[in-house]
Design a protein around this ligand. Structure first.
Ligand code: NAD
Length: 731
């Protein structure tokens, strides 16, 4: 079976069609590369062929590359993976360069056959890098199609010529959002940006591409002509100089220097811009090899691409019949309920949004209206989409409206008694198959399920705020929760296009369990006299999106106080955080409740813009003369989180380390460059990690005590993915 086939029509245009059997979207495999290579050779050698159109047999062009290509290239050179990769990449460059030169005379640029790319829809990654090597790119006018190079999002960069060609085609400045942020465009925007050349009606795609091929067009790429100058200027041109100086500062500012791919991309662009095209490709291949061998890139690809996708496809879904949700009842139309109603309606699910007062229910529904208004003003949504979503939401106070719901998501006040009352009230109305889910952040699901007549149909579906932006949903199994409820929750999360993790019911579940110690460690350091500027910057420099103090401001100090009081009441004498509470309670007494009060650890102006750290902190907790090293602060902040993740695994809260890693990055932004807590520990090596824990325990106490599991793994020299990855089929 071949992924590419070729047919030459009566006019002498060879149509190469990419159609990988059994896949909804084309992905490039090593065999596919060979097929394409052979067909291009054949077309170029055949006198009857005047030109070529490369297209797809599907309604999209291609979704990217099969990442096993990289693994195979690495393996091909045995114990010298860098050599295997570099040679594999250069071979790929050879194929694309053959398309680009199309048989032209090297010195005179004479001869050659025009090769067009005809994209019926989405073209991502290598799916755009192949077209970029062609002489003209046509795309069907399909507003749903996405065109771009998203590699940077998973820790690599476009390394099959995309970087070098795009920069030479558009200039470094114009290419930078596409390369450095992985920005995707619909075909019209991609044409405006200069990525593709022509957008035509879908039914004219092939005829337009063929007509162009037969029009005897000029096919020499600008960079293969004498006197080529890079748009916007190369590095030593005055304008180019400004671009490159700015880009370097911007990349380091945005990434804090922790993402190897962004730096390597910039180096490939800068160094490549100083040399002829073929040498630039070689430089791109060297930097790409460098990135692919970096443990951070490997871990990011594993967590953010392979494992994230596996979880979304239901890797841990029990084997029960389809549980697609048709009608969901959302109880409580507050901040969370309003967001849950929005994402459900957006996914085409009928929603009943219920609150105590009609005003509150209506206000919850208006969140969807406001969301679409914003989208419409930014041309990201249409009036029709808004109306369709609103028509699916019934805002009500009447429990009878919940009749026919197959899923309930409860998001009323965080109070066991109130939640129990609504659970009972709902169960009197809904059918006996309906699944009941609570969005509680702190109350045990097993406890809440006691109010239910059907505890096996009771589950936790824990969203993060803001619901429409946060990608993770934590599904919590209570002691009695059954498989159908788990499947229902997973199917719902798939419908609303989020990423699920499934965990067992212990205090704070998984995400909050790990993030609370991070916040607490930051606050402890402040109390000890560590300069808060050091605390916040150390966190950001190790890749955390927010420092612990800023994060506390965002989530609010009073929430922290509330959680602390409830936890202390539950734990009694074992409660370990009195020192943290001293600071939190003092802040609350000072009225510094965080961003919502325009006053917290940081100052805020009238418009809510964050300013400096509050001066009152220095008065109460003066920075000591003897400040710790940056790395020591970072170790404390990271180990505080990571050790909780290990304990969650040890206790069976987590059943799959893939969920631990993906959940950490998507749930609370745990240093994405690391691939997640378990990937990070594997990077350190368990023996070294255990050593660091022992040192931290000696300096700061038992909260850093090495978990038995980590100690055992350290003694055996095991890795987390080695020991727990394989059994779950993790990558
Ligand atoms: P909120 O105060 O904004 O909204 C709660 C809503 O529930 C209010 O509109 C209230 O009128 C309504 N309500 C209260 N009792 C009711 C009843 N008996 N019947 C119907 N409606 C009732 O709270 P929120 O922040 O949206 O949180 C809701 C739930 O989600 C809580 O359990 C909370 O722990 C959880 N949660 C919150 C967050 C967060 O960041 N805020 C994140 C995850 C989970």
């Amino acid at each position: 079976m071949t992924d590419f086939t070729m047919k030459t029509d009566a006019d002498g245009v060879a149509i190469i069609t990419w159609d990988v059997k059994g896949k909804s979207m084309n992905v490039l495999s090593l065999e596919g590369w060979d097929d394409l290579d052979a067909l291009v050779d054949q077309a170029l050698a055949d006198d009857a062929v005047k030109g070529v159109v490369i297209t797809s047999g599907k309604d999209t062009f291609a979704g990217g590359m099969d990442l096993n290509i990289i693994a195979k290239m690495k393996a091909s050179a045995g114990d010298n993976p860098a050599k295997g990769l570099f040679e594999g990449l250069m071979k790929s460059h050879g194929i694309l360069r053959k398309i680009e030169r199309a048989g032209m005379e090297p010195k005179t640029n004479k001869g050659g056959k025009p090769i067009a790319a005809a994209l019926p829809g989405t073209a991502l990654g290598i799916g755009l890098e192949i077209p970029l090597a062609c002489h003209r790119i046509f795309a069907a006018d399909n507003p749903k199609a996405k065109i771009g190079l998203p590699e940077i999002m998973v820790g690599i960069f476009p390394g099959m010529g995309g970087t070098t060609r795009l920069v030479r085609k558009m200039g470094a400045m114009a290419a930078s959002p596409l390369l450095l942020q992985g920005k995707l465009n619909d075909p019209k925007r991609a044409m405006q940006a200069g990525v593709i050349d022509e957008v035509v009606a879908a039914d004219e795609l092939m005829s337009a591409a063929k007509a162009w091929v037969l029009s005897e067009p000029t096919i020499v790429k600008p960079w293969d002509e004498k006197g080529y100058k890079m748009p916007g200027g190369a590095p030593y041109h005055p304008a180019g100089f400004m671009t490159f100086v700015g880009a370097s500062a911007m990349v380091n500012g945005n990434t804090m220097g922790v993402y190897p791919a962004a730096k390597a991309l910039l180096s490939a662009v800068y160094e490549g811009a100083l040399v002829p095209f073929d040498t630039a490709l070689k430089i791109e291949a060297r930097w790409f090899t460098n990135v692919l061998l970096n443990p951070s890139s490997e871990a990011m690809i594993r967590s953010l691409f392979i494992n994230k996708e596996a979880l979304e496809k239901g890797a841990n879904r029990p084997d029960v019949a389809d549980q697609t949700v048709k009608k969901v009842g959302v109880l409580g139309a507050g901040m969370m309920g309003a967001g849950i109603a929005l994402v459900s309606a957006k996914a085409g699910i009928e929603v009943v949004l219920l609150d105590q007062k009609q005003d509150a229910a209506d206000k919850g529904k208006s969140y969807t209206s406001d969301y679409y208004d914003k989208g419409i003003s930014r041309k990201k949504a249409t009036v029709e989409q808004k109306e369709a979503a609103l028509s699916r939401i019934t805002a009500t106070t009447d429990y009878a409206a919940l009749k026919g719901c197959d899923l309930i998501v409860e998001a009323v006040f965080e109070d066991l008694g109130i939640k129990a009352t609504v659970t009972k009230a709902v169960e009197e109305i809904v059918g006996k198959d309906c699944i009941f889910a609570s969005n509680t952040s702190t109350l045990p699901i097993t406890e809440l399920a006691k109010a239910s007549a059907r505890p096996d149909q009771f589950i936790g579906i824990h969203f993060f705020s803001p619901v429409d932006k946060m990608l993770l949903v934590e599904i919590i199994k209570g002691k009695a929760t059954g498989d159908v409820a788990v499947a229902k929750a997973l199917d719902f999360v798939r419908q609303i296009r989020k990423t699920p993790i499934v965990v067992n019911d212990e205090r704070f579940f998984y995400a909050n369990r790990c993030i609370i110690p991070y916040i607490n460690e930051g606050i402890r350091m402040l109390r000890e006299g560590v300069n808060p500027v050091l605390i916040e910057n150390a966190a950001k420099l190790v890749g955390m999106p927010l420092g612990p103090l800023q994060l506390t401001d965002e989530t609010s100090i009073d929430l922290g106080v509330k959680i602390a009081k409830a936890t202390k009441a539950a734990m009694g004498a074992d409660y370990p955080n009195d020192e943290v509470d001293e600071v939190l309670f003092w802040m609350a007494d000072e009225g510094r409740l965080g961003r919502k009060a325009n006053a917290g650890f940081f100052t805020y102006d009238d418009k809510g813009k964050r300013g400096d750290l509050w001066e009152g902190l220095a008065a109460k907790y003066p920075a000591s003369d003897d400040q710790p090293d940056l790395i020591e602060v970072q170790r404390r902040l990271l180990f505080a989180q990571v050790l909780e993740a290990v304990r969650a695994l040890e206790e069976g809260v987590l059943e799959d380390i893939r969920e631990g890693d993906v959940g950490a990055i998507l749930g609370w932004g745990f240093a994405p460059w690391s691939g997640g807590p378990f990937s990070w520990l594997d990077m350190l090596g368990t023996p070294y990690a255990a050593e660091r824990c022992d040192a931290l325990t000696a300096s700061y106490g038992d909260r850093f005590a090495t978990p038995d599991l980590l100690r055992e793994m350290a003694a055996k020299g095991q890795t987390f993915y080695g020991r727990f990855g394989a059994q779950k089929n993790a990558a």
